[in-house]
Design a binder for this molecule. Structure first.
Ligand code: HEC
Length: 110
């Protein structure tokens, strides 16, 4: 019986480790995944802090007229010169697109 419990515990550990590479990677201080953190870790490099940096020809996200659906599609499947950001799951894509649409565009430039 004891052995069985250990086997179950080990199996669970392996499953939870492999299903999510690093669950804390995009988690903010409140313990929840944050669109802002996802943006900083995965979009910042090309789009810049305010979305208008345009590194490697990146589109200006502050003035983008794309619908929410098209933005989600751009992240998941790529768009023009932008390659798909495949490291994100559907929830994370939604979070980062919400961030771009609702916060990044309004973020005051310093
Ligand atoms: C390696 C650089 C790179 C990274 C990383 C990157 N992008 Fe892009 N992105 C681009 C380029 C280049 C374009 C312009 C594509 C074109 O029009 O040919 C673009 C275009 C877009 C567009 C289309 C905007 C428009 O109006 O046409 C959206 C939306 C977008 N990116 C969102 C994101 C988000 C959100 C992330 C992070 C999850 C991200 N991008 C990460 C380079 C990048």
């Amino acid at each position: 019986m004891r052995h069985l419990l250990i086997i179950i515990a080990v199996a669970f550990g392996v499953v939870s480790l492999s299903s999510c590479e690093d669950p804390k990677e995009y988690v903010g201080p409140d313990g929840k995944e944050s669109g802002e953190i996802i943006y900083q870790k995965t979009c910042f490099l090309c789009h810049g802090e305010y979305g208008d940096e345009g590194n490697s020809g990146a589109a200006n996200l502050r003035t983008s007229l794309l619908s929410e659906e098209d933005m989600i599609d751009a992240v998941k499947h790529g768009r023009g010169e932008m390659r798909p950001v495949s490291a994100l799951n559907d929830d994370q894509v939604k979070l980062v697109v919400d961030y771009v649409r609702n916060e990044l565009k309004k973020k005051a430039k310093k």
